[in-house]
Design a protein around this ligand. Structure first.
Ligand SMILES: Nc1ncnc2c1ncn2[C@@H]1O[C@H](COP(=O)(O)OP(=O)(O)OP(=O)(O)O)[C@@H](O)[C@H]1O
Length: 338
């Protein structure tokens, strides 16, 4: 196992930042910690790094109990959102920093820095200073610097958080490729679910200091374990179970709320099986899909997502009467809002 966190709790004053968190991260995998602000993601990362100590529980790194080891002894590479590079050092010198501290030979440093510049696709920019780079290039230098000393674990805390949306998207794809080349066990903190799903082998969904669910992105999306996970990962309609749309179609539930994904709303222009009547109250064109807001006769509003093809087939217009039913819907024993 790359990293094993066992029953770890951490309190700041009277605030329980982490509450008996356990998780196993396989060697060589890339795992995203995903959750809303304040859910404890950074605290968990800092505990793995050794920047904080747990109140209770244990942290194992590559099979060894590292709970009481200091940061320096853990052989970990970090990249943080605002982990500034050394401004007065060139890119080469920044990347070489950890190696030079460890008194590596000049030849080894040169070879390794050349390799890393190539790996992070910055060959030719080694003599620049951080101020002469874009934000995305700086974060790639930070990654090269973290990887230089061949850490056994790489920890990334919102590494692309300060970059604009386009650069961020490019860097995600790049990070995934980089990871496929170097295979270092990596933990990536983000509150952006699309980023987490695109980049990681497994997601750890956190809420209020606890782990809600661990699994592959597809498994978590298709089989959310809790109401929180279903609401946090992907769009969802939360409707009373008593709503017309759930009657007579096998989705009756003893729980008060039902969770219905917008792509699981089937729309027809004439009654079809167990459909209920609704009015198209609003249409939003997003290019690749269309969002339809549908008002039911019982006063509930349901959002549906349609592919462009389906939309063109149906030729929906505002105020039109349509007939809808759920293709799938879920309910959970406990629901607490995010
Ligand atoms: N050193 C500290 N002293 C006191 N409270 C802290 C400390 N570090 C974190 N906390 C609190 O613990 C909670 C969890 O913080 P943490 O940074 O782990 O959350 P997060 O999920 O990473 O959130 P974000 O996405 O906003 O960074 C927050 O309410 C925060 O205020």
């Amino acid at each position: 196992m790359g990293i094993s966190v066992q029953d770890v709790s951490k309190q700041f004053g009277s605030f329980q930042a982490l509450d008996q968190v356990s998780l196993d991260i396989k060697s060589g995998s890339l795992v995203a910690l995903l959750g809303p602000s304040g859910s404890g993601k950074s605290t968990l990362l800092r505990l793995i790094a050794g920047l904080e100590m747990p109140d209770s529980g244990k942290i194992w790194l590559t099979g060894e109990d590292a709970t009481h080891r200091g940061v320096q002894e853990r052989n970990i590479g970090f990249v943080f959102q605002h982990y500034a590079l050394f401004k007065h050092l060139s890119v080469r010198k920044n990347i070489a920093f950890g190696l030079e501290i460890r008194k590596a030979s000049a030849r080894h440093v040169k070879t390794r820095v050349d390799e890393l510049l190539e790996l992070v696709q910055l060959t030719g920019l080694g003599d620049r200073y951080p101020s002469q780079l874009s934000g995305g290039q700086r974060q790639r230098v930070a990654l090269a610097r973290a990887l230089a000393v061949e850490p056994q674990v790489l920890l990334l805390d919102e590494p692309f958080g300060a970059l604009d949306a386009k650069v961020r998207k490019d860097l995600r794809a790049w990070l995934r490729q980089l990871h496929d080349e170097v295979h270092v066990t990596t933990v990536f903190v983000t509150h952006d679910q699309e980023e987490a799903m695109e980049v990681s082998d497994e997601l750890v969904v956190m809420n209020k200091g606890k782990v809600e669910q661990i699994g592959t992105p597809a498994n978590i999306y298709d089989h959310p374990a809790t109401a929180f996970v279903m609401s946090f990962i992907g769009p969802v309609n939360v409707l009373p179970s008593s709503s017309n749309i759930f009657q007579n179609n096998g989705f009756d539930s003893a729980h008060p709320e039902m969770f219905l994904r917008p792509q699981d709303v089937v729309i027809d222009t004439s009654p079809n099986g167990n459909t209920v009547e609704a009015r198209v109250s609003r249409l939003i064109h997003l290019g690749w899909e269309v969002q339809a807001e549908l008002s039911l006769d019982d006063g509930q509003v349901v959002t549906a997502h349609l592919t462009r093809d389906r939309f063109d087939e149906l030729r929906l217009v505002p105020e039109q009467r349509v007939y809808i039913k759920p293709k799938d819907a879920k309910s959970f024993p406990l629901y607490y809002s995010i």
